[in-house]
Ligand binder design. Structure first.
Ligand code: FDA
Length: 301
């Protein structure tokens, strides 16, 4: 078992996720999670906005199996939409369908998400449907397809490690899309395993959507990919308002500020809330150097 598999395993451990909720932000998670409540999160978003950076806000939580938990999550996201509006901050929402009941019942989840999308639409706020593991890919696209009949303030994520992402990027070219490498453990039958193959597909998908798509969010901390995109948009005269770079809150802050300063649209993914454990473990899986965050925190006590 690799270190990556180990942390991905932890990220899905129900018991640890449940325990972590009770104890507040620990183990260094506070440097990559913007607080446990809306007030703290809005302060972080205001600070980003002051640097010319917008935010996509994630009310942390996923793989919910209890109906009341899904309803609570929906209500919290509705409150976040209200807070974005009241505080007039430059921000939108990222949500996960499993937090809103996808594993409980499709129609229940659909209705929860519809309520969120409808309220956001009234305030002209965009909603991104984050993509999770493969078992939730098709139903998340289905939610998007059905809601897109009535709303256009929605978009989703394309994960470059999946072989089928090439088809999906063509199929969803009229949507605002975030393109990422992919954060979950997926089998060889479905997904590229090697870094070089994933990076190559990532670049192909980004280039396709920049040329043919509605709006592209390039979500990566990889400076090599970012440099490639900078060159590509220059050579192909892609207007600045057709794309943005995205990174996660607390990662490569200097590079985030620099890109915004250079005049690129930049959006930071801002997670908050007490359901932080799974998110934090996936960040450790991606980059074991992030363990530094944890070690420093443990020894600074
Ligand atoms: P990767 O981790 O492959 O790193 C490549 C190189 O970049 C490293 O070798 C290093 O040189 C440099 N680098 C990376 N991080 C660094 C750091 N902190 N400091 C210095 N150098 C660093 N996934 C998913 O499946 N569904 C989703 O909905 C999303 N959503 C999402 C939103 C946003 C805004 C981001 C940034 C990412 C996601 N992801 C995601 C996660 C994504 O799929 C992926 O797992 C991570 O972004 C890690 O891949 P990177 O492209 O960042 O580079």
């Amino acid at each position: 078992m690799t270190l990556k598999d180990f942390f991905i395993g932890l990220s899905q451990n129900q018991l640890l996720n449940g325990m972590a909720k009770k104890y507040g932000l620990k183990l260094g998670a506070q440097s990559v999670v913007a607080g446990t409540n809306i007030k703290e999160m809005i302060e972080s978003v205001k600070e980003l906005n002051n640097h010319g950076i917008s935010a996509t806000i994630d009310n942390l939580g996923e793989f919910v199996t209890d109906k009341q938990d899904a309803i609570d999550a929906k209500n919290q996201i509705l409150d976040v939409i209200e807070a974005i509006h009241d505080n007039n901050v430059n921000a939108h929402i990222s949500l996960k369908a499993t937090q809103l009941g996808l594993d409980i019942d499709y129609d229940f989840c659909f209705n929860n998400i519809k309520e969120i999308v409808s309220k956001a639409n009234a305030y002209n706020i965009f909603i991104n449907f984050d993509q999770e593991d493969y078992s939730h890919l098709a139903p998340t696209f289905q939610l998007l397809d059905e809601l897109h009949k009535d709303y256009d303030n929605i978009g989703t994520v394309i994960q470059s490690y999946f072989y089928e992402s090439r088809n999906n990027i063509e199929r969803y070219k009229d949507y605002r899309l975030r393109i990422v490498k992919g954060a979950y453990k997926e089998p060889e039958e479905l997904a590229f395993q090697g870094k070089q193959d994933i990076d190559e597909n990532f670049i192909n998908l980004i280039e396709y959507h920049l040329l043919h798509g509605k709006f592209t969010s390039i979500a990566t901390h990889d400076h090599r990919i970012i440099d490639h995109v900078k060159q590509f948009v220059k050579e192909n005269d892609i207007p600045a308002d057709k794309f943005e770079f995205q990174m996660l809150y607390g990662f490569r802050r200097d590079l985030q500020l620099q890109l915004a300063k250079e005049g690129y649209h930049f959006c930071t993914y801002v997670p908050f809330g007490n359901d932080w454990f799974g998110y934090f473990m996936r960040r450790l899986a991606e980059r074991p150097q992030n363990l530094n965050l944890m070690v420093k925190q443990v020894f600074n006590k």
